[in-house]
Design a protein around this ligand. Structure first.
Ligand code: GUN
Length: 299
């Protein structure tokens, strides 16, 4: 078989970010600086890396950014107070509370406390409803939006395609299933999960296979139909004593054995990961426009 096409998330993300930079400049001409607040509770090292790169990307685009790092012992009430403060802050258009928070935090209650107009993660029930309703004023969760953008930019047709999503999380699996089945994409979708029977057989039906389970290299070569498009959302740290850090990053797909069967596949890292941040910036611009009533540019 021919070598698979690499779906280069870094390159697509860079072009989305270029559009965002131009859009931010256009808003500034109206006296508006898009503002994003990122809240991290606790010291999870992977979350610290994600939050750091979100703040850095804001700076690169000329956004105002606020990084709020709170100790792991922060109480539910204290976190709610922080969210309420950000809801009321006119310089902040987007609010993101990094998931997962420590166990004692009721994450669903925190998400409901975020002003849905500032919920750039698209996790608030109002935005989940808008996703179901295909209402474009809602915020689409960033990782699923990034996967769809990668497919679109690669010219991969979704209409009539058999899409299989593995993983039913609120952050990735459920929203991407909704996006794939929407009138904009028209795929036939199977949403599989840890209790699905004969997962390999379900996956083998897929023209487009999306792995979002968080299990390193779970998807094997014989799970994949020859010529399929594979999107690997997993970013797993696995121990690797040959690396200075002591770990390497790997996806949910056994890349070395799966890639030769695919028409196209995302690498890890450098596939879906960079797209998530780019779509977050896009959502922050959408929030800034909708909150201020200023329309500009085509982002
Ligand atoms: N943790 C992993 N991905 C995400 C995301 O997209 N948003 C938030 N808030 N937390 C995450």
């Amino acid at each position: 078989m021919n070598p698979p096409r690499l779906l280069d998330g870094k390159a697509v993300a860079a072009s989305v970010l270029d559009e965002c930079r131009a859009e931010a400049a256009a808003l500034k001409a109206h006296g508006i600086t898009p503002g994003l607040a990122v809240v991290l509770v606790g010291e999870d090292p992977a979350s610290q890396v994600y939050v750091g790169s979100k703040a850095r990307t804001c700076a690169e685009l000329g956004f105002h950014s606020l990084k709020i790092e709170l100790p792991a012992a922060t109480t539910q009430l204290e976190l709610l107070e922080v969210v309420r403060g950000l809801n009321a802050d006119p310089a902040i258009h987007g609010i993101l509370v990094q998931s997962p928070p420590p166990k004692h935090i009721d994450e669903a209650a925190i998400i409901r406390a975020i002003d849905p107009r500032k919920d750039v993660d698209g996790f608030h029930p109002e935005n989940v409803a808008k996703l179901v309703l295909e209402d474009p004023t809602g915020f689409v969760p960033c990782t699923p939006a990034g996967c769809m953008k990668l497919l679109e930019e690669a010219g991969i047709a979704t209409t009539g395609a058999e899409a299989v999503v593995i993983g039913r999380s609120m952050i990735v699996g459920k929203p991407i299933a909704l996006l794939l089945v929407s009138k904009a994409a028209n795929a036939t979708v199977t949403l599989a999960h840890s209790r699905s029977l004969d997962l390999p057989a379900i996956c083998r039906r897929a023209d487009i296979l999306i792995a979002a389970v968080g299990r390193p290299e779970m998807v094997k070569a014989d799970w994949v139909k020859p010529g399929a498009v594979v999107i690997d959302v997993g970013i797993n740290r696995v121990a690797d004593p040959t690396k200075k850090s002591g770990y390497r990053l790997t996806g949910d797909v056994a890349y070395a054995e799966v890639a030769p069967r695919c028409a196209a596949i995302t690498p890890v890292p450098g596939g879906v990961g960079p797209m998530t941040i780019a779509m977050l910036m896009k959502n922050t611009l959408q929030a800034a426009r909708q909150l201020t009533g200023v329309r500009s540019g085509g982002v």
